[in-house]
Design a protein around this ligand. Structure first.
Ligand SMILES: *[C@@H]1O[C@H](CO)[C@@H](O)[C@H](O)[C@H]1NC(C)=O
Ligand SMILES: *[C@@H]1O[C@H](CO)[C@@H](O)[C@H](O)[C@H]1NC(C)=O
Ligand SMILES: *[C@@H]1O[C@H](CO)[C@@H](O)[C@H](O)[C@H]1NC(C)=O
Ligand SMILES: *[C@@H]1O[C@H](CO)[C@@H](O)[C@H](O)[C@H]1NC(C)=O
Ligand SMILES: *[C@@H]1O[C@H](CO)[C@@H](O)[C@H](O)[C@H]1NC(C)=O
Length: 395
C-alpha cells in the first residue's frame, strides 16, 4: 500500500485511541495562593534564554540552541521511536517516517523548510523525524490560555502548555512519557533583527512554529488546539496526500509574531488566513480593552470573543472548547480556572495571582509542561517548567 496512506491511517488510528480514553476522577482543589515566585513541588525549574538571529540564513539560525540541546533532543526522539514501535512493531513506522517525511520538508514554506533542515543537520536526528516532531505539536496539545486586564489597564497574558496527550502513560511514574521528555527541551527565545528584539517566545528546541510569544510593545499571542469534527485533521491529511492550500497553524503564529506590527494587523491575519486545521488564537494588545479569542475553523473566525471591561468581562480565557459551548465533562479545566479568576477579582489580578490560577489542579495537570507569563507594558516574558505531584489529573 502507498506509504502516505499508511501514515494517514496511523494518524487516524491515534485519534480513535484518544476518543476511547478511560474516565478518571478529576483531582480538583481550592484555588491556590502565594505560589509566586515559583518554588516547591509544582515548580521543576527555570527556562534558559537563547537568541535566534533572524538575519542569519534560515538553516543556521538554530545552531546554538540545538548544539546545546542535542542530547535531550535525541532522548526525546528515542522515546517517540519506542512509542511508534509499540504501536506498529518491528520499526516499520519509523522506517516510513525516515523514508517519506523528508520529502515533505520541500512542501513546507520558507523559512520553515530551511530551518528544519538546519536543525536536522546540527542535531544528527534524521530529517523525517525532525519533520514528525514539528507536525506532532500541531496535533497533540491541550492548554489553558488567558488574557486579563488589571484596574490600571495593563494586560497580562498567560498560559499553561499541556502536551503529550495519550503519548505513552508511564504506570510506574504516573506520568506521560513524552511530556517528561519535553520538559528539558523548553527554551525561551529572543528573536532579533539588526541586533534588536523583534519578538520573544517560549518554545521547544527543535520546533520552528510558535505556540507562545510576545511581539515587543505591540501584542501577545498564544495558540490552543481546537478539536472539531467539521474540519478536524482533514487538512493535514490532505497536505500529506498532496493538496496544499491552507497554512500550518503554528507557522501562521510564527509569521504573525515575526512580521505583524500591531494588535489589529495580527488579529486580521489570525482571523482570515486559511488554515490546515481548526485552532484557537488568544491575542492580547497593548491598550486597555485589546484582547480576544479567535475561534478558527479552517476558513473563518467564528463568534469572536472580545474583552469588555465596562460590561464586567475583564478577562478572556480559553482551554480547548468553544466558548459558547460546555466543555467536555471529562476535561473541564475552564470552570475551575474561571472560578479562581473570579475569586481573585480584577482588583487583585497580577502576574503573581495569574500564576496561582495556573497552578491550581486540574488547570495544572500531568500534561502541563510549562507556564508562561507575559506583560506587554513591560515587554516581559517569563516561563517555568512545571510538575503536578500526585494525586493529579492525567490531563
Ligand atoms: C520517572 O520520572 C523521573 C523523574 O520525573 C525520571 O527521572 C525517570 O527517568 C522516570 N522513569 C522512567 C522509567 O521513565
Ligand atoms: C502599541 O502598539 C502600537 C503599534 O505597534 C504602537 O504604535 C504603540 O506605540 C504601542 N503603544 C504602547 C503604549 O506601547
Ligand atoms: C517575515 O517577513 C520577511 C520579509 O518579508 C520574510 O523574509 C520572512 O520569511 C517572514 N517570516 C515568516 C516567518 O514568515
Ligand atoms: C465567573 O464570572 C463570570 C462573569 O461574571 C461569569 O459569567 C462566570 O459564570 C463565572 N464563572 C465561574 C466558574 O464562577
Ligand atoms: C486582594 O489582596 C489583598 C492584599 O493581598 C487581600 O487583603 C484581599 O483579601 C484580596 N482580595 C480578594 C478578593 O482576594
Amino acid at each position: 500500500m502507498n506509504n502516505r496512506l499508511n501514515l494517514c491511517f496511523f494518524i487516524l488510528s491515534y485519534m480513535c485511541m484518544c476518543l476511547s480514553a478511560q474516565y478518571v476522577p478529576p483531582f480538583t482543589e481550592d484555588c491556590r495562593s502565594g505560589m509566586y515566585p515559583p518554588n516547591g513541588p509544582t515548580f521543576k525549574g527555570d527556562v534558559s534564554w537563547y537568541t535566534v538571529d533572524l538575519d542569519l540564513p534560515a538553516s543556521k539560525r538554530w545552531t546554538d540552541v540545538i548544539s546545546d540541546k542535542k542530547t535531550e533532543m535525541a532522548s526525546m526522539i528515542q522515546a517517540i521511536r519506542d512509542l511508534a514501535d509499540a504501536f506498529v512493531p518491528s520499526g516499520k513506522l519509523i522506517q516510513l517516517v525516515d523514508k517519506d517525511l523528508p520529502l515533505m520538508v520541500d512542501t513546507l514554506p520558507y523559512p520553515f523548510n530551511e530551518e528544519i533542515r538546519g536543525i536536522a543537520s546540527v542535531s544528527g536526528v534524521p530529517l523525517g523525524e525532525v519533520v514528525l516532531f514539528n507536525i506532532f505539536y500541531e496535533v497533540f496539545t491541550v492548554c489553558t490560555s488567558l488574557v486579563a486586564e488589571d484596574v490600571n489597564g495593563n494586560l497580562i497574558h498567560a498560559r499553561n502548555l499541556d502536551f503529550g496527550l495519550f503519548m505513552g502513560w508511564d504506570l510506574k511514574n504516573r506520568s506521560w512519557v513524552i511530556t517528561e521528555k519535553l520538559k528539558p527541551l523548553v527554551v525561551n527565545i529572543d528573536f532579533t533583527r539588526n541586533g534588536q528584539t523583534v519578538f520573544k517566545s517560549t518554545n521547544f528546541a527543535g520546533y520552528v512554529g510558535m505556540l507562545t510569544g510576545i511581539h515587543q510593545n505591540s501584542f501577545t499571542l498564544t495558540m490552543n488546539e481546537r478539536f472539531s469534527l467539521d474540519g478536524g485533521y482533514i487538512g493535514i491529511l490532505e497536505w500529506i496526500l498532496g493538496k496544499r492550500d491552507g497554512m500550518w497553524m503554528s507557522f501562521l503564529t510564527r509569521s504573525v509574531l515575526e512580521n505583524a506590527t500591531s494588535y489589529e494587523s495580527a488579529k486580521a491575519l489570525l482571523s482570515d488566513t486559511k488554515l490546515l486545521a481548526p485552532a484557537y488564537f488568544i491575542l492580547g494588545g497593548n491598550q486597555s480593552g485589546e484582547a480576544c479569542i479567535i475561534t478558527r475553523s479552517r476558513t473563518q473566525n467564528i463568534s469572536p470573543l472580545e474583552l469588555n471591561v465596562k460590561n464586567g468581562r475583564w478577562y478572556v480565557l480559553e482551554t480547548n472548547y468553544d466558548h459558547w459551548k460546555e466543555p467536555l465533562f471529562l476535561d473541564d479545566r475552564r470552570t475551575p480556572a474561571m472560578k479562581c479568576m473570579n475569586q481573585t477579582t480584577q482588583t487583585n489580578i497580577s502576574v503573581k495571582t495569574v500564576y496561582d490560577v495556573l497552578s491550581t489542579k486540574p488547570v495544572l495537570n500531568k500534561l502541563t509542561t510549562y507556564t508562561t507569563l507575559m506583560e506587554v507594558s513591560k515587554g516581559t516574558l517569563e516561563s517555568f517548567i512545571r510538575d503536578c505531584p500526585n494525586p493529579c489529573m492525567p490531563w
